[in-house]
Design a protein around this ligand. Structure first.
Ligand code: SF4
Ligand code: SF4
Length: 354
């Protein structure tokens, strides 16, 4: 399969540039399956910004940041080595800045280095989410930048630059030909809706034309922190559980309607923004298709399955998903879905041979 051969070739090239690939191979970026938004890349460990709704502290991350211990080349290698990840222009979506703020002074250069290495060595569509004014260099990497906000004042993000600064920075990026999307996440009841028109006006004037509204996920600790900011989420949730992030079902329709009235394209998820910013297609989940459905070369899929030891898989594409007659190992199923951007389902009871 073309995507499989490309992955092997990129890994070989990167291995030749690195003295030792052991550290990258042992890193969790080389193992973790992609999430729906793609493979998330950590630029640092911890975050000092202490946003009221942040879940990373519940996950055990510290309130200070240390740059992630892989160099840009090592991170590119780790991503390429991940058996679930498809490498290349139409490969796995890469989402930089999960569980920290990538453009903190301590990690800014590293984050830009990671993005540059992905663009140069992998070619995958890259997206970065930030609460900082995005560095102008991002325009040259064709990265989609999610300007993350919760409300127009930044009420729940007292240590981050103000939303107006983030959005003005995005405007500069758009002027340089970069791509920016307004990422209203999380939507916090009683906070996000206040001043929404002002927020949308700022984004529109900055040249932003896409918006994503994202759900708040709460734990008892997050609810308590929000309470200390004067925000009560109890009317929106039946019960909170220790150790579980519960989505807060706030009706987002009204926010989406307001955005549409301005002329924004309202997208179902951050990954859709990455796909559309790169002029691509994806139909991997039921929220799509986003941009359309990629053509599937069934012979190419058959070639991959045979190479991986499956016999009698008999792949079939019905225009929306690929069906195979064998049970696939999890990493092969995920790799195929990442390479094809459509769901892959097993039908029939035949077992693989290897
Ligand atoms: S910037 Fe992101 S990671 Fe940092 S505290 Fe805020 S939400 Fe959490
Ligand atoms: S179909 Fe759209 S929303 Fe679903 S994974 Fe693909 S880009 Fe994301």
């Amino acid at each position: 399969m073309e995507a499989w051969r490309r992955k092997a070739a990129v890994l070989e090239k990167l291995a030749a540039l690195l003295e030792d690939v052991g550290k990258a191979r042992r890193d969790h970026h080389a193992r973790r399956p992609p999430r729906p938004c793609g493979i998330t890349v950590h630029t640092g460990v911890g975050c000092p910004l202490a946003c009221a709704y942040c879940y990373i502290y519940d996950m055990g991350f510290p309130g200070s940041v240390k740059p992630y211990p892989l160099t840009p080349l090592e991170m590119a290698y780790a991503i390429a080595a991940n058996p679930h990840v498809a490498v290349g222009e139409l490969g796995t979506l890469v989402a930089v800045g999960s569980v920290t703020e990538p453009f903190l002074p301590e990690t800014r250069e590293l984050a830009l280095g990671y993005i540059a290495a992905f663009v140069e060595h992998l070619g995958n569509p890259v997206q970065v989410a930030t609460k900082y004014p995005p560095p102008p260099e991002l325009a040259k990497y064709r990265a989609d930048v999610l300007i993350s906000v919760t409300d127009v004042e930044g009420r729940l993000e007292p240590k981050a630059p103000k939303p107006v600064e983030r959005i003005r920075g995005a405007g500069e990026l758009v002027k340089r030909g970069g791509s920016a999307t307004l990422f209203v996440r999380p939507v916090v009841p009683g906070v996000t809706d206040r001043g929404l028109e002002r927020l949308l006006a700022l984004a529109w004037d900055a040249g932003i034309r896409r918006v994503v509204f994202g759900t708040l996920r709460a734990t008892p600790a997050i609810a308590a922190r929000l309470r200390s900011f004067g925000v009560d989420i109890t009317p929106y949730v039946r019960r909170l559980e220790e150790g579980r992030q519960i989505p807060i079902r706030y009706p987002k329709g009204r926010l989406a309607e307001a955005a549409r009235r301005w002329g924004f394209e309202v997208l179902p998820a951050s990954c859709a923004s990455n796909v559309l910013a790169h002029g691509q297609k994806c139909a991997l989940c039921s929220w799509g298709p986003c941009g359309g459905v990629l053509e599937v070369d069934v012979e190419d899929v058959r070639d991959f399955l045979e190479h991986r030891g499956y016999r009698g898989a008999d792949p079939h594409f019905d225009g929306r998903r690929v069906a195979v007659k064998v049970k696939l190992r999890r990493e092969d199923k995920i790799f195929l879905e990442q390479a094809l951007r459509v769901p892959v389902v097993s039908q029939g009871k035949a077992r693989h041979q290897s």
